[in-house]
Ligand binder design. Sequence first.
Ligand code: NDP
Ligand code: MG
Length: 399
Amino acid sequence: MEMNIFENKENANNGPRSITILGSTGSIGCSTLDLIKFTPKRFEVVALTGNENVNLLIKQAIAFKPKLAVIGNEKLFNELKEGLSGTKIMVAAGKAALVEAAEMGSEIVVAGIVGIAGLLPTIAAVKRGAIIALANKECLVCSGTLFLNEVSRSGATLLPIDSEHNAIFQVFDFNNSSSVDRLTLTASGGPFIRSSREELLKVTPSQAVKHPNWDMGAKISVDSATMMNKGLELIEAYYLFPVEENQIDILIHPQSVIHSMVSYNDGSVLAQMGTPDMRIPISYALAWPNRFRTPAERLDLSEIGELNFQKPNPKRFPALALARDALKMGGAMPTVLNAANEVAVDCFLNEKIGFLDIMRVIEEVLDETSNSTLHQLSEISSCDYTIRKRAQEIAFELT
Ligand code: NDP
Ligand code: MG
């Protein structure tokens, strides 16, 4: 589907831009607030949301003075209310309140909630035509076509924060997209690229969340270790850019210096590089179509010395083929893949299943599910619910 999802709607007045951060207490949220702190006159924070980390949400709200602070977990409402008493900040809790935070008038919404939990709030921001700085890849994976239809209906602007997609966005010639031959998503290969199968059997959650290059939330760190993150990113790239599935390659590049590349039909390859610091792609989305200075460490290639590349081994990383197949099958399969992965990663993080069991759960769920078409958000949510229950049963059988 070809559409102008990156239409320029930079505000005409040069005053501060209003911004809402969904998932402000997470890694993406904290990096975003760090940039705002670094360049305070540029932004005015409208709403912040968290889920469990109420103390951090309170601290952030006191520091950045949003109009509204929302905690997803309703049980923490009183704590939030007490923590912000004496301020003018409105407080709310629960899933509906997360959607209200997204609906509140702000120019930019950073979609930084992890997993399909971010879908309804992000769609709410899309529906009111906001500029969406998208980190939450799972919501695009689960609802791709529907999400993009809402973007074109509302006139929202969709800007990718995910570093690979942000890199491609920076070097993709949208006025000449027929000259694009291929996209190459780079992948670090995660912490276990050289581990044996025996070692993988014994991997603990704390080992899996220690990414060699990036400092990220627990779920995406495990996804990076299994390479399901790159599988989800393949689907994300398919929806974001006007290319076919078979034009998207994945290349292991352990240094995470080249964040992705676009190959053109004249033989040119354009890449975006930088240190592995999410504040760089986040700042690009927040400033687009301009740039602003960030405190990120500068890239010193002479210090790095060499850059390495290798093709991913499909046997070692079955997640890549599972994701590609789900994308090719289309329909409900990306939603199914995502739900099974979310449950399996959660079970692994809670030490209910082993590291290699994550793929076993996903494979089994995909094998036994017959495809269907999901037309509406409610169908996506109910598919997600059913698959989660089934994935939990399968994971339980493995324990
Ligand atoms: P984190 O786990 O660090 O943060 C997740 C955020 O979502 C937190 O604010 C968390 O609240 C909130 N949250 C979790 N569950 C729910 C829920 N059920 N309802 C409402 N809010 C919820 O994740 P990251 O910041 O690492 O990742 C966020 C998204 O960005 C993911 O989709 C990830 O794939 C993507 N991304 C992240 C990158 C990174 O470098 N971190 C890079 C590229 C993409 P709380 O902590 O208060 O419980
Ligand atoms: Mg990424």
